[in-house]
Design a protein around this ligand. Structure first.
Ligand code: FAD
Length: 617
């Protein structure tokens, strides 16, 4: 039996908070004090339970938004607006969990309820007060997913004339949805993002159609360059509901992940319209309905959903540069997203413009096929060796060791989510310092070959670069060695001046003879999709998509605290953006699906702190 210490005394900031000495007791006491203050509507008492430098990240439960409150003032402001409606209760250490303590921080998994939902979260205490709090929505009361005891029966026992089989019912649904019956939600883009969200909406019984211009689910991976394998390891990549089997390779080859997505789409019973392109979409504020024009197998179909999700990919809108002479160049030239692979370039001269992931992968594959390859690096790039990233960056959450130690995918996602963006770089800098030390010789040899390195503007490495700008790095799986030893030639610190019929001329006057030019020049913001499919006006109203406002390269301030426009309400009613890497698609599809479900069910969803737009698209 744990000894309970004196009850928590809450009052003004000057009051002493008396806490149980054991971690469980400390957290329980704090949570019951929070419960009491929130139930009584005593905002000041609740705020007093937080540290001065506190962070409360809320995924939909209080704010109907994805929002981090930074500091007591922001916590107070949010509670003043949202507490009365939210009616939180039953705060406790999550069932089956124990609090733990290390380095002066006590932490625990927690559970709680609101008037309309059940929540799960994570708390960290310092000096007896809340340092970080994560509150996430698990399920809407009365609209739970049919799992466990509630799983569908499948068979229909008994006897019934003219009964339909499961297959006939599925076929009937597929035939009527979008024609005689409108979906509540349309997702444009059937890559892993659209598929994961579609699976969640299916479980929540939200009628949804996924529109994909490629023929088959998984084609967005299949169509990428031949040598591509996922850069992230399997533990990071699971889809909702259906984890990869334990014998799945660590780094999935692109065609294998394509097949998995195709299988997943089928078994999760998604209404997936392949070979269908969205041509345009517009929103009628009066009827609160979208008109989405799509071309399905050559025929125009008009859909009328209430919610529209753009899951068109943040690595899908190719940034194609414009250089003088591209029109007269006689060789092959294409963006990296259209690179067919190296097979026909044996003994040919290839120039790859760019120095991030795609550029490295493509250079290495061309070299393997016997091409003479030059990489053109304009500015610095962050390189991290895959095994170092796995061991020092990911192992505690996403690795076989983590699984062995009892870490689940859901918990790993929530721990990652519990680290506030404002201070995330502080956790990352030591990791990349350690990587720099461990791989010092590797970095030295790359620099000696002329490669321009960076480690992020503030040395915080790959994850921060990804969250801030979604570019600027290569996870090394072998190409760096080819650069270091000169097998892949390098021209760095230069730009392309122009192309001639048979060469690329660089800004320092160098002429590189070329049979092939690959523009590995990255991808544009998802905002561009809104401009293409809806209107420039709506794209500007919604503003830039992605980035944190960190005021670092390609992520201009002011500070936003969350990723712009992703998975949360935007300035355009009923328009949502979804995507990111497999981890993000898995994790955030939960919160986007719950926001959509709540709207479908008519549950009030007053959005707190709708993001302002500082950068039009
Ligand atoms: C070379 C490379 C390597 C990568 N490696 C990894 C990795 O290891 N791990 C990882 O998690 N991520 C990786 N990524 C990022 C990767 O892009 C995303 O994880 C993934 O593709 C995103 O999925 P998505 O569904 O958001 O977008 P996409 O897969 O890009 O899917 C968007 C879909 O929208 C469709 N679409 C667009 N416009 C329309 C329209 N008008 N009508 C109908 N359909 C439309 C497209 O055809 C496409 O299929 C990599 C990306 C690249 C380019």
């Amino acid at each position: 039996m744990k000894k309970r210490a004196q009850a928590l005394a809450i009052g003004t900031r000057e009051d002493t908070i008396m806490l149980d000495k054991a971690p469980d007791g400390k957290v329980s006491d704090l949570l019951s004090a929070l419960d009491k203050a929130l139930s009584a509507g005593e905002v000041e008492h609740a705020v007093d339970l937080f540290q001065v430098d506190c962070y409360w990240r809320d995924l939909v439960t209080f704010t109907w938004n994805i929002k981090t409150m930074e500091g007591r003032d922001q916590v107070r402001d949010m509670l003043k607006v949202r507490l009365a409606d939210t009616k939180p209760s039953n705060w406790k250490i999550a069932e089956g969990e124990d609090a733990s303590e290390a380095d002066g921080v006590t932490e625990s998994w927690i559970q709680f309820e609101t008037e309309v939902a059940r929540g799960f979260g994570h708390i960290r205490l310092k000096d007896g007060r809340i340092w970080t709090l994560l509150t996430t929505m698990s399920e809407l009361k009365g609209h739970e997913e049919p799992v466990g005891f509630d799983r569908p029966m499948g068979a229909k026992h008994g006897a019934e004339r003219n009964r339909k089989t499961w297959k006939e019912e599925r076929e009937a649904e597929a035939a009527e949805l979008g024609y005689s019956r409108q979906p509540y939600c349309v997702i444009i883009g059937g890559g892993q993002g659209g598929i994961a969200l579609g699976a969640r909406l299916r479980q929540l019984n939200v009628p949804t159609i996924i529109i994909e211009k490629n023929e088959r689910p998984g084609d967005s991976w299949r169509k990428r360059y031949k040598s591509l394998c996922l850069h992230d390891p399997v533990w990071y990549d699971h889809l909702p509901y259906l984890p990869f089997p334990r014998n799945w390779p660590v780094f999935s080859p692109k065609d294998k992940i394509g097949d998995w997505l195709e299988m997943y789409t089928k078994v999760m019973e998604l209404n997936y319209w392949g070979s269908t392109e969205c041509i345009k979409a517009s929103y009628d504020e009066k009827s609160q309905e979208w008109t989405v024009v799509v071309e399905r197998d050559g025929k125009e179909v008009v859909l009328k959903p209430q919610q529209l999700v753009l899951a068109t990919g943040m690595s899908a809108k190719a940034n194609m540069p414009k250089f003088e002479g591209m029109d007269i160049f006689k060789g092959d030239q294409h963006h990296s997203s259209h690179h067919p692979g190296p097979d026909k370039y044996k003994n040919k001269q290839a120039v790859v413009i760019g120095s991030n992931n795609s550029a490295h992968d493509i250079c290495a594959a061309l070299w393997e096929a016997g091409a003479d390859v030059t990489m053109v690096q304009r500015s610095t790039t962050h390189i991290v060796k895959s095994d170092s990233l796995m061991e020092l960056g990911l192992a505690s959450l996403y690795s076989e060791q983590a699984v062995q130690a009892g870490m689940t995918t859901a918990k790993a996602d929530l721990i990652f989510a519990s680290l506030p963006y404002k201070i995330l770089h502080e956790f990352q800098i030591p990791v990349y310092n350690a990587i720099r030390e461990r791989d010092a010789d590797f970095y030295k040899r790359l620099e000696k070959a002329g490669f321009l390195l960076d480690y992020g503007d503030d040395d915080s490495g790959l994850f921060m670069k990804y969250l801030r700008r979604g570019s600027g790095y290569y996870i090394d799986v072998g190409a760096s060695e080819l650069i270091a030893n000169g097998s892949i030639k390098l021209k760095s610190g230069v730009d392309v001046e122009k192309l001639t019929e048979h060469s690329v001329i660089l800004s320092d006057g160098t002429e590189l003879p070329a049979d092939l030019v690959v523009y590995a020049t990255g991808y544009g913001s998802m905002n561009g999709w809104a401009a293409d499919l809806i209107s420039r006006e709506v794209a500007n109203k919604v503003g830039k998509v992605w980035g944190l406002g960190s005021d670092t390269t390609k992520d201009p301030g002011p500070w936003e605290g969350e990723q712009r426009n992703m998975w949360k309400p935007t300035q355009q009613e009923a328009l949502w953006f979804h995507g990111g890497n497999l981890h993000q698609s898995r994790h955030y599809s939960q919160f986007l699906s719950l926001q959509l479900k709540a709207r479908m069910e008519g549950i009030p969803t007053p959005v707190y702190g709708l993001q302002e737009v500082h950068h039009p698209g």
